[in-house]
Design a protein around this ligand. Structure first.
Ligand code: ATR
Length: 283
């Protein structure tokens, strides 16, 4: 028999990762749901290494509508999809899953989240600019195609292990002017925008950057965020960056794009970024 009150039941979503207890996604999606009047429930699920396929299967079988996938499972999730969006295919990683009956559709909203934060929230120009992306891991790969779509004059990827940057650049050569190198090769070059996609900030470290790297009024963006400026953003302040931006806005923007995919409603991100920023400062 059909449950007459089925329509009252919230649609269920979750984020899966490891660790997951500090994830801000449940908070962000509940703010989006309040704002847009959507009836959803969003939880955080810790998944053991090797347990992603089972966890996704269980969630789907129990009637869940969609998932976010975070560190360290975005690549594994990519391998478990029936269908991928173009941007997920290029990113080689999935951060958003939509269940369509038995089918799993994988998307990646990280890159568009970064572009929306830079371009729309902060008014940072990208077309015709010289861009530097620090790091050549999954976080860097995930944002490369959307950055190149903005038609920068040049995009340099610099990495501690130079051959990883060179290989990543080679993978994206068809998308635009992109070049990979190690940090020492940055000596004597100048950039309008430097994006830190390394995991260095997590360890309180800083990639070894030359002193004269920034054009006047350059923007420095760290994909990490915290209550205090990251080591990279402190470096940027000391070296005269015109704007220093952390990744909190990107986090909210990528979530908004997931919410849109699931619910077909676009939440307003600015008030949510403000709430998260003030909560971050209170801690
Ligand atoms: P993610 O998916 O978060 O990008 P990853 O694939 O492990 O994680 O990549 C981490 C990135 O941060 C790499 O580019 C790594 O450089 P290497 O390829 O040389 O390992 C970079 N990284 C990590 N710690 C760093 C540090 N202390 N200084 C500079 N780069 C660092």
């Amino acid at each position: 028999m059909t449950d007459l009150f089925d329509f009252d039941k919230p649609a269920r979503y979750a984020v899966m990762g490891n660790p997951i207890q500090h994830s801000k996604s449940p908070r962000i999606h509940s703010l989006f749901a309040q704002q847009t009047g959507q009836n959803i429930e969003y939880s955080a699920i810790q998944v053991d290494p090797g347990g992603l396929e089972q966890a996704i299967g269980n969630f789907q079988a129990s009637g869940g509508k969609g998932l976010n996938i975070t560190v360290p499972f975005k690549r594994t999730a990519w391998e478990l999809m029936d269908e991928l969006s173009d941007r997920a295919r290029l990113a080689g990683a999935v951060n958003t899953i939509l269940f369509r009956g038995e089918e799993r559709f994988g998307d990646n909203t990280d890159g568009i989240g970064l572009i929306r934060d830079l371009r729309d929230n902060h008014g940072i120009p990208l077309a015709g600019r010289h861009l530097l992306l620090l790091g050549a891991g999954g976080a860097a790969r995930g944002v490369l195609a959307p950055l190149l779509d903005q038609r920068p004059a040049r995009l340099v990827i610099a990495n501690r292990t130079p051959h990883r940057a060179e290989e990543l650049a080679a993978d994206f050569r068809a998308q635009g002017a992109v070049h990979g190198c190690g940090f020492p090769a940055l000596e004597g070059k100048r950039f309008h925008l430097v994006i830190n996609a390394t995991a260095a900030s997590l360890a309180g470290e800083l990639p070894p950057l030359p002193d004269y790297l920034l054009h006047d009024d350059a923007c420095c963006y760290d994909m990490m965020y915290g209550a205090e400026p990251t080591p990279f953003l402190r470096w940027a302040q000391r070296h005269g960056a015109g704007s220093c931006i952390d990744g909190l806005g990107m986090l909210v923007e990528q979530a908004a794009e997931s919410f849109f995919l699931w619910r077909d409603v676009r939440p307003e991100t600015k008030p949510v970024i403000e709430i998260l920023r003030s909560e971050l400062k209170q801690k």
